[in-house]
Design a protein around this ligand. Structure first.
Ligand code: ADP
Ligand code: ZN
Ligand code: ZN
Length: 733
């Protein structure tokens, strides 16, 4: 027996505990916390993370196995990040091994070396002296190469990854390299990068920037209308922090759809190439390389989507969350964390400032600002003097589904197009029509696996369930009465496109939804066409409301405001208000005043009136008062136990029994239970879904209660077919 202690190891398995392993005899000192080890577990080899040591074996001594190998010479996660992930796993009641799994790049999970492997994608391309000596407009007969040369002249050394993001292909790069006009440069010799100078801030921006104190924790809510210059404040906030500590790093989180080449380019123009981008389009190797650049401090700025909140930072200085209200910051499965909420937690633990920015802040954030937990920084003026659009409410109660737009909207489209402008039609439903209905018996085509209707698609023609992906050919007759008279019911983007094409045959109609942007670069191509500025109609979903600015759009029509206003989800109105405000903010510019038409069957709805006449701020205030009265978030805290199985009986009885078992604990902790009740869509993908809601005024009390609840679940014997999960601060019901 050696005197080496046992190791406590976190493994990627859904069990809420650590596992004990002994050290191999050949190993004299125990590996540090944060080191990866290879172990065998239930007949499989797994990569685990050492979380600490223990003098006790945890189980029978002779059952403890030795670790098979120690992977890292030094820990891959520092104490800060490790304890932060630990905290998050605790808060979301997620097994630590699973949380770590989410936080680590794929290659590290697989046991790959945690080292930077310079590869093509990371080398920086730059002009050679010959390349720099070319005339202003170089290589007139090779436009692709010329474009690349001009880009490098303007941006300095650039990685292949960035060039790819900016739409360049490999061919011109190779040609220029062969001609000796460009070459790869050493990343540390970046002297001739000339940064774009910062803009002179307007008084509101200056006040926002003044509020930022480097080196101290404070949360700032940057509440500024679209185009008010929030991004400029982010950029200068980073400079301000780096002026105090030149090696300080900034972590910038953006919504999935907001990580556009334009956004990245804007940061690169200001800060040069020392930016690491983390998004889903990277290869595993690129992702690991960028992770290492962040961990070693070589990346000054890390821009990424949700999971980037877990990036190791050698010298953290500032965290920024752009469009903080965006739903994509909440992971909806497995480790159900909110990157927005965790950003504040991590900043606090690090003792650095955090900025949450949005034109339409979440009610939670506004509430925190009102309660004094966040500095409320407001930007009410548009930095680029773009006119605020006029909002018109248009009654749509007698509009036939085949056309969707009201007379008023139709006339407005005509007149905006006639003046050479672009029009945006927003409809959050793709496909041709939400369903096919039998003209004779009224039967609607249902998905066999879900409580949902099958969406009719024309292009290609088929029926499609948007919830479980079930697809089948379009039937020619009613399954119920065999009638052949099947008619499309309601309106999707394809049908809207068809109607608008028929009515405006001279005008290009561009549809932008998941179906038209599936292929690589399709969205970029559509965006390029839009940015050419020619008159056209854009019809699209959600994708149009985020991340992009449309300077030539002067009219935006939102087809169905009622879906959100009258939604069964208590967050429906908040989301609708955000959507309307975001769509309105993305249209128009200084010399082209915009109009927004909201089509509704409830024109007198008080919330709608408030939004239209007094703006998002007043609208959000009213919603907050409602939430206060009903004691819903942010005035109380929610958790959902979700359960599903192939028949309804299993989740129902699971939740019923669970409720009985935790009733006493709920009473002790002043937690209100509601349910079991069916989810908004009870049956989905052949599984019946039920939930039990727990609500408490105190976060701490809710947390303690949930600990009791999780123990009860884990101690119980449940049907094998049961799947359950716990969602803290759920964002969808
Ligand atoms: P937001 O992020 O709030 O939507 P941006 O930062 O993108 O706003 O700014 C909108 C536009 O206004 C951009 O074209 C930006 O260059 C310009 N802008 C921002 N701040 C200023 C300023 N202080 N002076 C002049 N132009 C500005
Ligand atoms: Zn029928
Ligand atoms: Zn389905």
């Amino acid at each position: 027996m050696t005197d080496s202690p046992y190791l406590q190891v976190a493994l990627p398995v859904p069990l809420r505990r650590l596992f004990h392993y002994s050290l191999p005899d050949t190993c004299l000192t125990a590996p540090h916390t944060g080191t990866r080890v290879r172990v065998s577990f239930a007949g499989r080899q797994l990569v685990g993370l050492v979380m600490g040591e223990s003098d006790h074996p945890g189980v029978d001594e002779d059952k403890v196995k030795a670790v098979d190998a120690i992977i890292d010479a030094i820990p891959i996660l520092d104490r800060e990040l490790l304890s932060f992930i630990h905290w998050a796993a605790d808060y979301y009641h997620c097994p630590l091994g699973e949380a770590l799994q989410t936080a680590l790049p794929v290659l590290l999970r697989q046991g790959e070396d945690a080292s930077f492997e310079p590869e093509e994608s990371c080398r920086l391309w730059d002009l050679t002296p010959e390349g720099r000596g070319l005339p202003e407009t170089p290589l007139p007969r090779a436009p692709k190469q010329a474009e690349l040369l001009v880009y490098l002249r303007e941006h300095g050394p650039t990685s292949w990854q960035t060039l790819k993001e900016q739409g360049f292909s490999r061919d011109p790069l190779k040609r220029l390299d062969e001609r000796g006009l460009i070459a790869t440069a050493d990343p540390d010799s970046l002297d001739h990068f000339s940064a774009e100078p910062p803009l002179a801030l307007n008084p509101q921006q200056a006040r926002a920037l003044e509020a930022l104190a480097p080196g101290k924790f404070a949360a700032h809510l940057l509440d500024g209308t679209t185009g008010s210059g929030k991004t400029e404040v982010y950029l200068q906030a980073i400079e301000r922090v780096r002026k105090v500590t030149p090696t300080a790093q900034a972590l910038v989180l953006v919504p999935e759809i907001g990580l556009t080449p334009q956004t990245i380019a804007r940061f690169r123009r200001r800060f040069g190439p020392k930016i690491a981008v983390l998004h889903s389009g990277l290869t595993d190797r690129e992702r690991l390389n960028n992770w290492v650049l962040a961990a070693t401090g070589r990346a000054q700025i890390v821009i990424g989507t949700r999971s980037a909140i877990f990036t190791p930072l050698a010298k953290p200085g500032l965290i920024i969350v752009d469009e903080e209200h965006d739903l994509s910051f909440k992971q909806q499965e497995g480790f159900r964390y909110s990157a927005r909420d965790l950003a504040s937690v991590r900043a606090q633990r690090l003792g650095i400032p955090v900025i949450l920015g949005s034109a339409t802040p979440a009610l939670e954030s506004l509430h925190n600002a009102r309660a004094g937990r966040y500095h409320h920084l407001q930007l009410t003026q548009r930095a680029n003097s773009q006119a605020t659009p006029q909002i018109i409410v248009s009654d749509s109660h007698d509009v036939p589904a085949s056309r969707g737009v009201t007379e008023e909207s139709l006339a407005a489209i005509g007149s905006h197009l006639a003046s050479g402008n672009q029009v945006l039609v927003f409809l959050n439903r793709r496909g041709y029509a939400p369903t096919l209905q039998c003209h004779d018996c009224g039967t609607q085509l249902q998905c066999p696996h879900c409580d949902a209707r099958l969406t009719l698609h024309h292009n290609p023609r088929h029926l499609h369930c948007h919830h479980c992906d079930f697809q089948r050919p379009q039937s020619s007759h009613c399954e119920h009465c065999h009638s052949h008279r099947l008619v499309p019911l309601g309106l999707g983007t394809e049908r809207s496109e068809e109607f608008l094409k028929a009515n405006f045959p001279q005008t290009p109609v561009l549809r932008i939804d998941r179906d038209t942007t599936r292929s690589k670069h399709a969205l970029e191509r559509l965006m390029a066409q839009i940015h050419s500025g020619e008159a056209c109609i854009l019809v699209g979903t959600q994708m149009l409301a985020k991340g992009h600015h449309f300077p030539d759009v002067t009219l935006a029509i939102i087809m169905d405001v009622d879906g959100g206003l009258l939604s069964a989800d208590f967050r429906g109105p908040e989301r609708m208000g955000q959507l309307i405000t975001q769509v309105a903010g993305r249209a128009g510019r200084a010399d082209k005043a915009g109009q927004v038409i909201l089509q509704t069957r409830n024109r007198e709805h008080p919330l709608l009136q408030l939004l239209v006449h007094q703006g998002y701020g007043a609208f959000a205030q009213a919603l907050l008062s409602e939430r206060d009265i009903t004691r819903m978030p942010p005035f109380a805290h929610l958790a959902l136990v979700r359960a599903d199985a192939p028949n309804a009986e299993i989740p129902q009885s699971f939740l019923k029994q669970l409720r009985q078992q935790v009733e006493a604990a709920a009473l002790t902790h002043k937690v209100q239970l509601l349910g079991p009740m069916p989810a908004l869509m009870e049956k989905r993908g052949q599984r019946y879904r039920y939930q039990l809601q727990a609500k408490a005024e105190s976060r701490g009390a809710l947390h303690q209660f949930l600990q009791a609840l999780v123990s009860a679940i884990e101690a119980g014997r449940w049907q094998r077919a049961l799947r359950w999960s716990l969602d803290i601060d759920p964002q969808d019901m």
